[in-house]
Design a protein around this ligand. Structure first.
Ligand SMILES: Nc1ncnc2c1ncn2[C@@H]1O[C@H](COP(=O)(O)OP(=O)(O)OP(=O)(O)O)[C@@H](O)[C@H]1O
Length: 255
């Protein structure tokens, strides 16, 4: 794989992805519940971070804050050279379209559009020029180059998720967020997709955040961050599936 585009203009800092002192609560004063407390996170270029934790530990809330779908109570989130916590709805929508690529468990492709049009959709929504050659190159990169004229229903689940990856990459975002991207796939397809996500980081120079319950998936990341009750519990680097599973078990055992 090779990077399709040259370096973006601007300083290095413009492309930092950092979270500082992020706290998020739900509910009114008497029943206030803190889903995230004082979360710091720095996602380096060309890095692959997995986030794990028990159900209710705050993973989705953290992703929603990063995507500007939830407003934190305190803290800052820098993506694409700006603190997104101060942005209005229109600017947040633009941030989501241009600076973050998102892949969910359900592929969320538009059934009536061809693969090529699904991939280029974020450009169309952002009113940007659609470079057909780039769309073709991206489709080749993720392994669906021969399916550009097909509709999603004519593809396997693994192929549909590859299209979703190409769509996430088309704006050359600062960050790729993958929320259980292999949750609906069998082990073989899942391994292929995780290998693809790995090469998106290593070969295309992207940063990736993967939220998963699966230690096998998390083992593909450079580091795994563990959330518990809305706080960081710990981190592993270069860990095996077994080490990650053992940490999750410990985390569940702690009072
Ligand atoms: N809109 C909301 N209103 C009230 N409480 C919420 C809301 N969203 C999340 N929470 C609570 O915040 C906590 C964290 O939820 P969150 O969905 O972030 O956890 P999670 O780690 O993603 O869980 P799962 O693995 O089950 O998806 C939970 O206790 C949840 O009930």
């Amino acid at each position: 794989m090779t990077k399709n585009q040259g370096e973006r203009p601007g300083s290095h800092d413009d492309h930092a992805v950092t979270v500082s002192g992020l706290s998020k609560s739900f509910g009114a004063e008497a029943t206030r519940f803190w889903a995230l407390t004082n979360i710091d996170l720095s996602v380096a270029p060309r890095s692959f971070t997995a986030i794990m934790g028990p159900s209710g530990s705050g993973k989705t809330t953290l992703l929603n804050c990063l995507l500007g779908l939830e407003k934190p109570d305190t803290g800052s989130i820098r993506i694409g050279g700006m603190d997104i916590t101060g942005l209005g709805e229109a600017q947040l929508a633009e941030m989501r379209r241009s600076h973050v690529g998102v892949v969910f468990q359900s592929y969320n492709l538009i059934p009536s559009l061809t693969v090529a049009d699904n991939i280029s959709l974020p450009l169309r929504l952002a009113g940007r020029r659609i470079d057909r050659g780039r769309v073709r190159d991206l489709a080749e990169t993720v392994g669906v180059g021969a399916t550009l004229d097909r509709r999603p229903a004519q593809l396997s689940g693994g192929q549909q998720q590859r299209v979703a990856f190409a769509r996430a990459l088309v704006t050359d975002p600062e960050l790729i967020v993958a929320d259980e991207p292999t949750g609906a796939l069998d082990t073989a397809s899942s391994d292929v997709l995780l290998g693809l996500l790995r090469s998106i980081v290593t070969d295309l120079g992207q940063r990736a955040l993967l939220v998963t319950h699966d230690p096998r998936a998390a083992a593909v990341a450079d580091r795994v961050l563990f959330l518990r009750d809305g706080r960081w519990y710990g981190e592993l680097r270069g860990a095996t599936e077994g080490q990650i599973a053992a940490t999750l078990t410990d985390l569940g055992r702690q009072p």
